[in-house]
Design a protein around this ligand. Structure first.
Ligand code: SIN
Length: 191
């Protein structure tokens, strides 16, 4: 599989036949939409956890020195907090380009605070994609993040921004908080 999933997403056309849909964001899409939307609501999805296991060769790293960004990993019994945006398929050109480094469009049920459940769109990078980095210790992940930078800026800004956004929504995430705390420690030892 190539790093670039734009063509695969276009061909699969998931949600392309909808007039509007809910997009579930769990990474940078929580704190940086970068597009106009009709409505935005906190939501959760079941049986997935967020992990810094996906390589970023295009946003927060480079092909030679990839950074690490989050993807979702299946975890029965777990709940993942995120932000849902009501959008139209006209957004796919922007979103497929933004998430092109290994992420595919999936349809997943998401639950809103009022208990309402809707099937929506989630971009997930699965372990078979070419940019997958996989599991590593919290320290190794944090060191890679602290050292990486790419066209969208330092990888540390992504990790710390995500942790701050989750805290702002009172959402807990052991993995993200542990990585962000270790990144902060590493930054403190730089000066
Ligand atoms: C997402 O935010 O939903 C996908 C991963 C990312 O762009 O950080």
């Amino acid at each position: 599989m190539s790093y670039d999933t734009i063509e695969a997403n276009r061909r699969a056309g998931t949600f392309a036949d909808h007039d509007e849909l809910w997009l579930f964001g769990y990474g940078s899409l929580i704190y940086k939409a970068g597009f106009e939307y009709d409505e935005r609501r906190p939501a959760t999805i079941e049986s997935w956890v967020r992990r810094f296991w996906q390589g970023s060769h295009d946003h927060r790293g480079t092909p030679d020195a990839p950074g690490r960004v989050v993807t979702l990993v299946e975890a029965p019994g777990e709940t993942c907090f995120g932000m849902a945006y009501r959008i139209t398929p006209a957004h796919f050109e922007y979103l497929d380009h933004r998430e092109k480094n290994g992420y595919l469009r999936f349809a997943q049920p998401m639950t809103f605070a009022d208990g309402n459940v809707e099937k929506g769109l989630v971009y997930i990078a699965t372990p078979d994609n070419a940019a997958w980095l996989g599991e590593a210790s919290i320290d190794a992940i944090a060191r890679q993040i602290a050292a990486s930078t790419g066209p969208s800026g330092p990888n540390r800004d992504y990790a710390l921004g995500l942790a701050d956004a989750l805290r702002a929504h009172d959402a807990h995430d052991d993995h993200v908080f542990a990585v962000a705390d270790r990144v902060r420690e590493l930054i403190d030892t730089e000066s």
